[in-house]
Design a protein around this ligand. Structure first.
Ligand code: ZN
Length: 241
């Protein structure tokens, strides 16, 4: 007995070469739909909806035959604060845990004001624990990690270059209207505090003191931020973005 799995839209880029993205799977063991999908290389984090002979089902349903399972990607923009059949317990907000294999993406997400923690020195178990404990969306290029059941919200990062990855994440989660560029420390991931020139002037170079009026400080690492030339270049790139 066989079940057919049909992958729709961009999920077809994640499965091995196949006409029309349809795969025939033997139904001879107690495998769930999640198991069958992931055996073909697609982490469950990429899936937004599953129809079994036209009826919506969740990941835990056992594969049955003869039946057609249609697998759809998450709908864009993905509002993670809304419950769905596959993810009945939504998140309260959008914050990320960025795997080391996409670590430059974390810096860019912080630059646009998003909460993006990194995984330096963490094992896969640590990553899972932290994602669950802090309700974070895991961003990774590692399919094996994203197949872990406890990671409910995640994204297999497809882009190669960090700016391309940033665009991918901003578009996927519909973040364009909530960008707060230069509000967060790109080193520590904490929100910056406004500082008057008098409060910090002994720490500024003479020219910085002369030409800039608006300053921010990271409460964690004490770095001072101002709208200098680096800031201007990033702002230009963001404008183009
Ligand atoms: Zn800092």
């Amino acid at each position: 007995m066989y079940a057919d799995l049909k992958f729709h839209n961009e999920l077809r880029e994640l499965v091995p070469d196949h006409d029309h993205g349809i795969f025939r799977c033997p139904v001879d063991r107690r495998a769930s739909v999640k198991d069958a999908i992931e055996a073909l290389g697609v982490p469950h984090t990429e899936v937004g909806r599953i129809l079994a002979n036209g009826i919506e089902v969740d990941f835990s349903v056992l594969l049955a035959a003869p039946r057609l399972y249609e697998i759809f990607p998450v709908a864009v923009p993905w509002d993670v604060t809304m419950p769905s059949v596959l993810r009945p317990e939504p998140l309260r907000g959008v914050s990320f845990l960025v795997d080391e294999n996409a670590h430059r993406l974390a810096g860019l997400l912080r630059m646009i004001g998003m909460d993006a923690a990194t995984c330096r020195g963490l094992t896969d178990e640590d990553i899972v624990r932290r994602a669950v404990a802090q309700s974070r969306i895991v961003l990774s290029k590692d399919r094996r990690l994203l197949k872990r059941k406890q990671i409910v919200f995640g994204r297999l990062v497809r882009g190669v270059h960090p700016w391309e990855q940033l665009r991918e994440i901003v578009d996927l989660f519909g973040l364009r209207t909530r960008l707060q560029p230069f509000s967060r420390c790109i080193h520590c991931n904490v929100m910056l505090k406004s500082r008057t020139k008098t409060e910090i002037q002994e720490r500024l170079e003479p020219l910085t003191k002369q030409y800039y009026q608006v300053f921010q400080e990271c409460p964690e690492c004490k770095r001072i931020y101002w709208a200098g030339s680096h800031h201007e270049r990033m702002r230009e790139r963001l404008r183009a973005f």
